[in-house]
Design a protein around this ligand. Structure first.
Ligand SMILES: [Zn+2]
Ligand SMILES: [Zn+2]
Ligand SMILES: [Zn+2]
Ligand SMILES: [Zn+2]
Length: 52
């Protein structure tokens, strides 16, 4: 069983880059920040976003 499986968001950094004033609400989640995006949450992870 894989211990590193995670959900990769359908959106990418090329589609949209989250950051200050990007228009999405930032939510603290443990040691990182998620961004609310159309009903799901993105967390930046290397070259893609994870779905949280
Ligand atoms: Zn998205
Ligand atoms: Zn954003
Ligand atoms: Zn998160
Ligand atoms: Zn990831």
């Amino acid at each position: 069983m894989s211990t590193d499986q995670h959900a990769v968001a359908e959106h990418t950094h090329d589609d949209h880059t989250h950051g200050e004033n990007c228009g999405h609400e930032a939510v603290s989640h443990d040691d990182h920040v998620d961004y609310l995006h159309d009903g799901h949450k993105h967390a930046a992870h290397e070259d893609h976003y994870d779905e949280h």
